[in-house]
Design a protein around this ligand. Structure first.
Ligand code: TMP
Ligand code: ASP
Length: 236
């Protein structure tokens, strides 16, 4: 698989064309961003850890019937994926209150959400990823009703798989963000699943092991990611 020109460079990953029009290479960089790119720092080993972590999770999701863009790892920092037409909507599921939900609704961090809740955000850094609803998605044509129904179903299906996976490693899956895209007329999971885009707490101590360590300057950011990877059995 030949790596050709760079198609896109995001805050933490770059995407390259290949000699196959339907496949692209994602490169996980060490750049770590928070607050919509306001805070960006390089953290050693992050690209590698997130690449391996993402591959592990994508394979679990795929085995559980959630279609994903993942094809195969190419190197420590690179993965081959299907080229999707991305939908600019972030799907967030929350099992426990944290982050923007607490600020928005005055809820204390740690409150269990039963049933889990789902929110949509528009992928737009300049606007700080505003929260949107299904009517916005429909009115602005970001996705059809049928596509939204599939995204919701797959996002909740992923919750069932991942909550158990993390629970077996003594970790609470607090919340996470998924992004979907179109491939040959079907909706499949794209982007990444890593501690950059979810919240993970130790089940006993509630110690944060995800990107909140970076957002909140708690230190040992990658050590937290590696701890989760080690407990899950991800080969780094
Ligand atoms: P929030 O509490 O900031 O709304 O985020 C909820 C979860 O979704 C959290 O695990 C972080 C993730 N997320 C991203 O990774 N990128 C984003 O742009 C947004 C809005 C959320
Ligand atoms: N993913 C966004 C960023 O990188 C928001 C965040 O994680 O705080 O800036």
């Amino acid at each position: 698989m030949k790596k050709l020109t760079e198609l896109y460079s995001g805050k933490a990953k770059s995407v390259y064309a290949t000699d196959d029009a339907d496949r692209v290479i994602m490169e996980f960089r060490d750049d770590t961003s928070a607050f919509d790119g306001l805070k960006i720092v390089q953290l050693a080993r992050k690209g590698k850890v997130n690449n391996k972590f993402n591959a592990f999770i994508m394979e679990k999701l795929s085995a559980a019937g959630v279609p994903t863009h993942f094809e195969r790892l190419l190197s420590d920092n690179e993965v081959l994926v299907k080229k999707l037409q991305m939908i600019p909507v972030e799907c967030v599921v929350r099992n426990i209150a944290a982050g923007s939900l607490c600020k928005r609704l005055g809820i204390s961090e740690g409150q269990e959400l039963n049933p889990p809740t789902l929110e949509f955000f528009l992928k737009n850094d300049a606007l700080h990823d505003p929260m949107i609803n299904e009517y916005h998605i429909r009115s602005f044509g970001w996705a059809s009703d049928a596509e939204v129904a599939i995204m919701k179903d797959l996002t909740f299906r992923a919750n069932n798989v991942l909550k158990t996976l993390f629970a077996n490693a003594g970790i609470l899956l607090v919340d996470y963000k998924l992004e979907f895209g179109r491939f040959n007329g079907t909706i499949i999971l794209g982007d990444e699943f890593s501690p950059d885009g979810c919240r993970l707490w130790d089940a006993t101590t509630r110690k944060k092991l995800d990107k909140d360590r970076f957002r909140q300057d708690l230190g040992d950011v990658i050590e937290g990611y590696e701890e989760v990877a080690r407990r899950l059995g991800v080969e780094l």
